[in-house]
Write a protein that binds this ligand. Structure first.
Ligand code: ATP
Length: 375
């Protein structure tokens, strides 16, 4: 169960780890413009040293443009970029000392794996360089692959080599742009977990662009959500998931449909019954005030449960028709038609299309967001 205030205007930022950290990355009023487009619109963001922040947002929201501006690959039209207290806004890309990793690792095809990983280590004596390359290959799970031609690698192995190459010079800041999105789902999930561990183990400060919220939640300490060139919410993963700031953010995270609700005291009344308004978790940083009056209750992927047999005690449950059934992620899900006409997914053990079932809303599976003029 989550609540949040409308995020129009300034982004909602909690857990401001980076703020005031003179050793981290600091963006103030950063604007990136192309001829007819303002791709990044006055972004303020702090990333603390050794912190990993994900830039998450739909396609075209300006994530890559912001990352490229930090890298020095894109000029900023306004604003400042500071690293470790030094203004780097006008510093050319190769003098910023930042590591870069992109969707396609862009390995040098005619070099071996070791040749790729050692590329940025020209200044080191030969023996030290070989040692460092071996160290990095071990870190990314490719020990012994040094002599292989990169042409013989699988997609996942190639991205590990690209990561090893980016980390080899121990960059002050690592900038990753959709580094795993060309890989298939299973491999991507596994590598996301590994990437998380590697970034922590090496104490790397990183900015990580992705449009996949699971990837962002796995890899990052905090997630910065971008919509239309602006940051709308910067939060820790669990908090972002439980308390998206508005319908747009909630919808992007996978909540929906949204049911109209009315806050009455400590509960929200909806056509599917009541859910309590949550109190802040113990130790949780104070966030936006709980919404009041007319709200929207977004149903998360496991918000609705079909109540079967003896467990059902009547009350708030409603009877709805089953429109479709499927077996996914090891469980049966059904699409049902809610009384308001919305099509929603419910979790169940088994049932058939056309059956009438009772559904119940799990308060932990929903997000409450303000109702705005457009919603
Ligand atoms: N080189 C360019 N010239 C003109 N417009 C551009 C250029 N690069 C990006 N844009 C525009 O700027 C906006 C932001 O693009 P950007 O690639 O930063 O978004 P994104 O969130 O990274 O998207 P995606 O997830 O699809 O990569 C889009 O409207 C895009 O069309």
């Amino acid at each position: 169960m989550v609540t949040a205030e409308d995020g129009g205007g300034d982004p909602v930022v909690t857990g401001k780890d980076g703020e005031g950290d003179p050793t981290g990355l600091r963006l103030r009023g950063v604007v990136v413009r192309y001829v007819a487009t303002t791709a990044v619109d006055a972004v303020d963001l702090d990333v603390a040293a050794r912190e990993v922040v994900a830039l998450l947002g739909p396609s075209g929201s300006g994530k890559s443009s912001l990352l490229r501006a930090v890298a020095g690959l894109e000029p900023v039209a306004a604003g400042d970029i500071t690293w470790a207290g030094q203004d780097v806004t006008g510093v050319p890309v190769h003098r910023r000392g930042f590591g870069l990793m992109f969707q396609e690792g862009q390995l040098f095809p005619h070099r071996t794996v070791a040749g790729n990983v050692g590329y940025g280590l020209d200044g080191l004596p030969r023996a030290r360089r070989a040692e460092r390359v071996a160290e990095l290959l071990e870190l990314v799970g490719l020990a012994g692959y040094g002599d292989r031609s990169v042409a013989t690698l699988s997609g996942g192995q190639a991205q590990r080599v690209a990561l090893a190459r980016a980390l080899a010079p121990a960059p002050a800041l690592l900038l990753l742009d959709e580094p795993l999105s060309a890989l298939d789902r299973g491999l991507r999930e596994r590598l996301t977990g590994e990437l998380h561990d590697i970034l922590r183990a090496t104490g790397t400060t990183a900015l990580y662009v992705t449009h996949d919220h699971d990837e962002a939640f796995t890899v990052a300490d905090r997630v910065a959500v971008m919509v239309d060139g602006r940051l709308v919410q910067v939060d820790r993963p669990a908090r972002l998931w439980r308390r998206p700031v508005n319908q747009e953010v909630a919808g992007f995270l996978g909540y929906g449909p949204f049911l109209p609700g009315q806050v009455r005291g400590a509960v929200v009344r909806t056509g599917l019954g009541e859910v309590p308004l949550p109190a802040a978790a113990p130790g949780e940083a104070p966030g936006p005030a709980a919404p009041h009056g007319h709200v929207l209750v977004g149903l998360g992927p496991a918000a609705l449960h079909v109540v079967t047999g003896e467990g059902w005690a009547g009350g708030d449950d409603v009877v709805v028709p089953v429109l479709a059934t499927r077996f996914v992620r090891g469980r049966t899900e059904v699409d049902v038609a809610l009384p308001g006409g919305e099509r929603a997914t419910a979790v169940t053990t088994a049932t058939e299309v056309g059956a009438q079932v009772q559904v119940r809303m799990d308060p932990d599976g929903v997000a409450v967001v303000p109702q705005t003029a457009s919603s």
